[in-house]
Write a protein that binds this ligand. Structure first.
Ligand SMILES: [Zn+2]
Length: 289
């Protein structure tokens, strides 16, 4: 919904810069105030119309797509060696699946958008008749295909028509340039009683005001949206969903990452020990209206 893509602080033609100066991705308003300042030119701006927080400016989508196409993205500096998180993320996904199971969200056909290296697909084995993953990275999709019936390269536009009984997007929506077609595309591919499950960093977390610009979910320039429960509910409800509910999402992290914050280095045997941290992520489920 961004509207003011031609706005540019130095007046140079938009084509000469890798950045775009868009309005609020939720409501389209250009009324904003600076909330956090990162490496120039990036800031996180508060929308004065709807109250959400978003990256401003942001990299143009094509520049970002090239970044994501590389498997190296998963090992980037912000990801602190993504593979070290395999053990703790797998535990996180197992816990999430148990919660989804209690709400009757499992069974039938699963589509996961942004399936990364396939650890959620692997954890979901036995819960579904068919599991399909999708990712923008060819290499990631290839690795993940060991854990699913198939893993396709692409985003929601390339996704099969369905119908699916569960469509999951875990830590994906905060990367999405246009959240409305993403969510409506999910709704269109759901079976009548199907569920969407969306997990994003929780802007309402106690960590953000405490850590300020050091909040780990300020992954610049990849994270474009910093949503709270109200924002995500709004997005769901205007894109064809009903019965929107928040569910708990305990998130485990490798001890190594926490030790890194404290400036400690750990023996290898301790580095991947999963530590549960509350309140980092916002998980919501919804059904097709
Ligand atoms: Zn707004």
């Amino acid at each position: 919904m961004p509207t003011d893509t031609n706005e540019n602080i130095d007046g140079a033609p938009e084509t000469d810069t890798p950045y775009e100066y868009t309005g609020c991705p939720i409501c389209g308003s250009s009324k904003r105030r600076e909330g956090y300042r990162f490496e120039p030119p990036f800031t996180a701006a508060w929308c004065m119309e709807c109250g959400t927080l978003y990256l401003h400016p942001r990299l143009k989508e094509q520049a970002m797509a090239e970044r994501y196409a590389q498997l190296a993205y998963f090992d980037g500096a912000n990801y602190q060696d993504y593979r070290k998180q395999e053990r703790s993320l797998s535990r996180t996904f197992q816990s999430f699946l148990k919660r989804l199971e209690r709400r009757g969200c499992l069974g039938g056909r699963l589509l996961e958008l942004g399936s990364g290296l396939g650890w959620f697909l692997r954890a979901s084995e036995g819960y579904f008749d068919e599991r399909i993953g999708m990712d923008l990275s060819t290499e990631a999709a290839s690795e993940a295909s060991a854990y699913a019936d198939s893993v396709l390269v692409g985003g929601i536009e390339q996704a099969p028509d369905g119908p699916f009984d569960l469509i999951a997007a875990i830590q994906v929506l905060e990367h999405v340039y246009d959240p409305d077609p993403f969510l409506s595309g999910i709704a269109q591919r759901l079976a009548p009683d199907g569920f969407a499950a969306i997990v994003v960093p929780d802007r309402g977390s106690w960590m953000r005001p405490l850590l300020g610009t050091r909040w780990p979910s300020f992954k610049i320039p990849e994270h474009l949206l910093y949503l709270n429960e109200t924002d995500l509910r709004t997005l769901f409800e205007r894109n064809g969903f009903t019965n929107v509910q928040r569910i708990a999402y305990p998130h485990a992290f490798p001890l190594d990452i926490l030790a890194g914050f404290a400036g400690l280095s750990l023996p290898e045997a301790l580095q991947t020990v999963p530590i549960w941290i509350p309140g980092t992520s916002l998980a919501m489920i919804a059904q097709r209206a």
